[in-house]
Design a protein around this ligand. Structure first.
Ligand code: 2P0
Length: 326
């Protein structure tokens, strides 16, 4: 099955002419157990399941309306048709085979360069806005699958809170989608720590492909991901913060280890990243339960509880705090 077939099967019997406009917001998400490596590059099907937490207030709002010609805007700037983002959005929107050209405007409130996979909230909000524009009234699972076709991690941004992306086994990916966990954990905090604004050297899409193809350490990844996912779910169910933090930090470091063992190597860390990691470890030596996770970039996301806000603010001036369950 290709992307177009998946979309057609989901939209069977659904309205195909647009209303006047569709608008939706989707929050970005941070993986505690990472998605790194695909079993199908066309459909963005992962080799392993992953688990994320929503950034609730930080994400992307998308407005879509019929227009005379395709026109895409991002954060108030009109995209040039030759630009890679324009092409990627067009390829995605063309999957829906609408006769009508569309004006699509996305507005993200994620700090620029924070290394937050903004593609997740962009494609999730586009899928949600299309659903409203065409009045498809799809269920969360179908919306998650549609978002995944734009960017894998976008399937975890249809819902808020903790979301588990089940890898699934179907070749067509109809069992590979983000499913929310019922748990709420109001004390939990995420700190966005910008250590470097330098553009990353390689995008996550080619980086995960190269890792899968050349990293000898990647052979150990599926087992680690399965073990960490189970531990995280136990930690969430039992509100065991130390177990959550330890597992998330170890999972992120193991993912980065697979990249470092890739050839040519993939290293997203800057000297400032390592310095910040050491500061987190120093806090732990003082008995503070502060942990970090990192994605395909140099910045850290701190994980801690509300009671340690002053500790985090003291050690990391300028950290931006998010309460995922406020
Ligand atoms: C994650 N990342 O689980 C992992 C951890 C980056 C590091 O998902 O090719 O933009 O669109 O499926 O989702 C970033 O990869 O990749 C990502 P595609 P995506 O959050």
């Amino acid at each position: 099955l290709n992307k177009r077939d998946v979309v057609e099967s989901i939209l069977t019997g659904k309205p195909r002419s647009p209303g006047r406009s569709g608008q939706a917001f989707a929050a970005a998400n941070i993986a505690l157990c990472k998605y790194w490596g695909k079993r199908d590059e066309e459909l963005n099907l992962p080799l392993t399941s992953s688990l994320s937490i929503s950034l609730r207030t930080h994400g992307t709002t998308t407005d879509i309306e019929p227009a005379d010609a395709d026109e895409y805007w991002m954060n108030g700037e009109r995209l040039a048709p030759a630009s890679p983002i324009f092409q990627r959005l067009k390829e995605y929107l063309d999957l829906f085979a609408t006769e009508t050209p569309l004006r699509v405007a996305t507005q993200s409130n994620i700090p620029i360069g924070a290394g937050l996979a903004s593609s997740a909230s962009v494609f999730a909000s586009v899928a949600l806005a299309l659903d409203r524009l065409f009045d498809w009234r799809l269920d969360r699972r179908a919306l998650s699958i549609l978002a995944r076709l734009g960017s894998g991690s976008a399937c975890r941004s249809i819902d808020g809170g903790f979301v588990e992306w089940r890898a699934g086994t179907d070749p067509d990916g109809m069992d590979s989608y983000g499913a929310p966990l019922p748990d709420r954990w109001p004390e939990l905090r995420i700190g966005l720590l910008l250590v470097s604004k330098e553009a990353k050297s390689i995008g996550s899409r080619p980086a995960m492909k190269r890792t899968r193809e050349t990293s000898v350490l990647y052979t150990a990844w599926p087992d680690q991901a399965a073990r960490d996912l189970a531990r995280l779910k136990e930690a969430i169910a039992g509100r065991d913060f130390v177990r959550l933090g330890e597992t998330a930090e170890a999972n992120a470091l193991a993912m980065h280890a697979t990249m470092i063992a890739t050839w040519p190597p993939v290293l997203y860390w800057r000297p400032e990243s390592v310095e910040a990691m050491r500061r987190v470890w120093a806090l732990r030596d003082e008995g503070k339960a502060v942990y970090f996770t990192m994605d395909a970039g140099p910045n850290l996301k701190l994980l801690y509880r509300e009671t340690d806000q002053a500790v985090v603010d003291g050690a990391f001036p300028g950290v931006e705090t998010i309460a995922p369950f406020a």
